[in-house]
Design a protein around this ligand. Structure first.
Ligand code: NAP
Ligand code: G4F
Length: 352
């Protein structure tokens, strides 16, 4: 059941510069929230996905505020909570790349695992000291199901993570439930299946494929190297999934929810449809490179979103074909801009 807001709504979002953070910021601003984002210091700007909000001619830009902080640094989290005084906290920050988590397991555990605990503890203390009833969202992941115990996966499916990232997310998931049960915190976990968009990081498989399609179409490259084409994922649109995050925090009671489309497709099918969208045969352009395989793979993810549908009234709006069309079209346009730059003598390139 939706509970009516009783006070001015202020959200703090970790991971605001990421794919989901940018869509969530737009969504919350459209609902009238003041939105505060935690950003890490880096030697170059990482704010490309939210820059357009600042340029918004209406008041949204004025209601978006950024604060330096890091999930590795508990003191920074405490300081930002005291400054911002949020009514809702969304923890989206993480080293979120599964393949990279095998190369950087300790860093991944520190940010995607212990980082959550630092934030939960900071929220607990802030809530007790200020008397403010903060609601908390944890970005849990279908990667926790790993070597799946059943198909489809629901909130009651046992976890069997297959990567340092998946293990860290299981830790965060249970830490969140523990804070709910121990301290009565309104803390909910969204077990989100893969969700993509034109803002998806370029090293995740969907975006890597659609970027390649755009560049191949415009003659900027000829091939893309991929790993396991047999893996199956339940892919949705990130813009739809951030609404489910918000809905969880509007419920009277905190709980955990699977957010998915209920349909699964292979990487091969994604590639085939993405190339076909611009009239190309994927088999002429996709090559295999074992570097992109993982030491342990998650073969099949398929979510059962029945609980989210029933209790939150949530439904995905964009289907698999719609998602591919949206991503390919955006990346064909991006490649056209790159080509114009290249033809004008600028150096352009995409990293794999
Ligand atoms: P993303 O695009 O990789 O964004 C990750 C965000 O976390 C970025 O803003 C990044 O900042 C930030 N971050 C990284 N290390 C940090 C640190 N030490 N302290 C503070 N912030 C840090 O990921 P996403 O796809 O938006 O996913 C959002 C969350 O949902 C992540 O927790 C992810 O694990 C989880 N999730 C994602 C999916 C999916 O399919 N997308 C599915 C299930 C769960 P920089 O910009 O500075 O790097
Ligand atoms: O796009 P991916 O890297 O996403 P993955 O590993 O499923 O993780 C994403 O979804 C999780 C939710 O289940 C999130 F929690 C996580 O943060 C992230 O957003 O890989 C998808 C599949 C894998 O099976 C991988 O082996 O694609 C396969 N694949 C094949 N070739 C490739 C490639 N993946 C990548 N990144 N690059 C390739 O060249």
């Amino acid at each position: 059941m939706l509970s009516a807001p009783t006070q001015h709504r202020i959200a703090l979002v970790t991971g605001i510069t990421g794919q989901d953070g940018s869509y969530l910021a737009e969504f919350l601003l459209s609902k009238g929230y003041d939105v505060h984002g935690l950003v890490r210091r880096s030697s170059s700007f990482a704010t490309g996905r939210i820059e357009h909000i600042y340029r918004d001619p209406h008041d949204a830009g004025a209601r978006l505020h950024l604060h330096y902080g890091d999930l590795a640094d508990g003191n920074s989290l405490e300081r930002v909570l005291r400054e911002v005084k949020p009514t809702e906290v969304y923890n989206l920050g993480a080293q979120s790349h599964v393949r990279v988590s095998f190369d950087m397991p300790v860093f991944t555990a520190d940010i995607a695992g212990v980082g959550t605990l630092r934030l939960l503890e900071a929220v607990r203390v802030y809530r007790e000291e200020s008397g403010t009833p903060v609601r908390y969202y944890q970005a849990s992941s279908s990667e926790m199901f790993g070597k799946v115990a059943e198909v489809p996966q629901s909130e009651s499916t046992p976890f069997h993570p297959r990567s340092p990232y998946g293990v860290a997310k299981v830790f965060s998931h249970w830490a969140t439930i523990n804070y709910r049960e121990s301290y009565g915190m309104h803390a909910s976990c969204g077990i989100l299946f893969n969700h993509e968009s034109p803002r998806r990081g370029e090293t995740f498989v969907t975006r890597k494929i659609t970027r390649a399609v755009g560049r191949i179409k415009h003659g900027l490259q000829n091939q893309v190297f991929l790993g396991n084409l047999d893996a199956q994922r339940d892919w949705g649109f990130a813009g739809d999934y951030v609404e489910a995050m918000w809905l969880m925090l509007q419920q009277d009671e905190p709980d955990d929810y699977v957010v998915a489309t209920g349909k699964t497709f292979s990487v091969r099918e994604f590639a085939e449809k993405a190339f076909a969208r611009v009239g190309l045969d994927w088999q002429k352009h996709v090559a295999y490179d074992p570097r992109y395989n993982r030491p342990a793979e998650v073969d099949l993810l398929l979510g059962d979103p029945a609980k989210a549908r029933r209790k939150l009234g949530w439904e995905p709006r964009v289907d698999f074909d719609g998602l591919i069309a949206m991503m390919v079209d955006a990346d064909v346009e991006m490649a056209a801009r790159e080509k114009t730059l290249r033809d004008a003598g600028f150096q352009v390139g995409a990293m794999e």
